[in-house]
Design a protein around this ligand. Structure first.
Ligand code: HEC
Ligand code: HEC
Length: 268
């Protein structure tokens, strides 16, 4: 009788274990990743803090896998992606983000998806209408495009000739409505003051232990030895690019994003 009880208990415990294992092995229903600029900005912050070390600031890999590929082999669905971030990949260097809440995990996952260089989702906007908006809003005042083999436009912002190959539609949309959230390295607004008291404002092109190179808003580079500067302040919270939030309606935003996605001048 007693032995029977032990048996029953053991069977029950085994059964529960099996259920738990089955639940873990079972593909979970796919999750919907948050996609607002705020969520992406939070995800980016977390990503830069926890993932850059191995996957690189732009996700193109290093110690860890290249996350900027269009399809992630082990994270084909968003559910898989969130689970990999949450529990890691056992037996590899890919750690579990045990310190993140579920919400943070999905924000990081959304940011990882935005790193994809080639967008997999269809973009709904109208390319021709987007091109007209690009001209109307004078984007070329700050951005260069290669057209018919010739580079035209300004230099204050990044070259956009092949931006459609490098960035996802979500990232491009974010760049327009919340520029500081997508600040590429090399475009961080920085102010330097020389020992002699001269102030230069521009973007930080390079910075190391000994030297700082700034490009002013007229496009001229200034290099300084650190010892000749009494102050260097980088400000990641603002961007030299104006936000188009509220200046473009939803349709216009779609059209402009579609135009940017279409810019796929081959890199040489
Ligand atoms: C200590 C280094 C390290 C850190 C930190 C790290 N990873 Fe990884 N990650 C790896 C390695 C190594 C792999 C490849 C594992 C394998 O061999 O399958 C990987 C794989 C992945 C994959 C699967 C890629 C594919 O092609 O399917 C994803 C997704 C991923 N990591 C996301 C993240 C995210 C997001 C973070 C931050 C929360 C992060 N990783 C932090 C090392 C790291
Ligand atoms: C006053 C100059 C200025 C104007 C005008 C401007 N931009 Fe920018 N743009 C920048 C700078 C500087 C950056 C880099 C900093 C950042 O991403 O916030 C940038 C970044 C971007 C990026 C992100 C690039 C990347 O590599 O992630 C896109 C896309 C972009 N701009 C598109 C546009 C479009 C489209 C317009 C017109 C509607 C426009 N910009 C108008 C200066 C400008």
């Amino acid at each position: 009788m007693r032995a029977n009880d032990v048996h029953r208990f053991a069977r029950m415990a085994l059964g529960l274990l099996w259920l738990a294992a089955a639940a873990m092995a079972q593909p979970k229903e796919d999750v919907k990743l948050p996609n607002s600029p705020e969520d992406l900005a939070r995800g980016k912050k977390r990503y830069l803090g926890s993932c850059t070390y191995c996957h690189g600031p732009t996700g193109d890999g290093g110690k860890g896998a290249d996350l900027s590929r269009q399809e992630l082999v082990q994270a084909k669905t968003d559910g898989d992606l969130a689970r990999i971030i949450e529990v890691g990949i056992p037996g590899t260097e890919m750690p579990s983000a045990w310190h993140m809440t579920r919400r943070e995990v999905t924000q990081v996952a959304a940011y990882v998806r935005s790193l994809a260089k080639v967008d997999v989702r269809a973009v709904s906007g109208n390319v021709a209408a987007g091109k007209a908006l690009y001209e109307k809003h004078r984007c070329a005042g700050c951005h260069t495009l290669k057209q018919n083999g010739v580079f035209t436009g300004g230099y204050m912002g990044p070259d956009l000739s092949s931006i459609g190959m490098k960035r996802s539609a979500a990232h491009l949309r974010e760049s327009l409505v919340n520029p500081p959230a997508s600040l590429p390295e090399g475009f961080v607004p920085t102010r330097a003051v020389t020992v002699a008291g001269k102030a230069i404002e521009g973007v930080r092109v390079h910075e190391d232990t000994f030297a700082v190179v700034l490009r002013d808003f007229a496009g001229n580079n200034h290099s300084y030895l650190r010892k000749d500067l009494k102050e260097v302040t980088a400000d990641r919270s603002r961007s030299p690019m104006p936000s188009y939030q509220g200046k473009l309606n939803a349709t216009e935003l779609d059209d402009l994003v579609a135009y940017l996605v279409s810019l796929k001048e081959p890199l040489q």
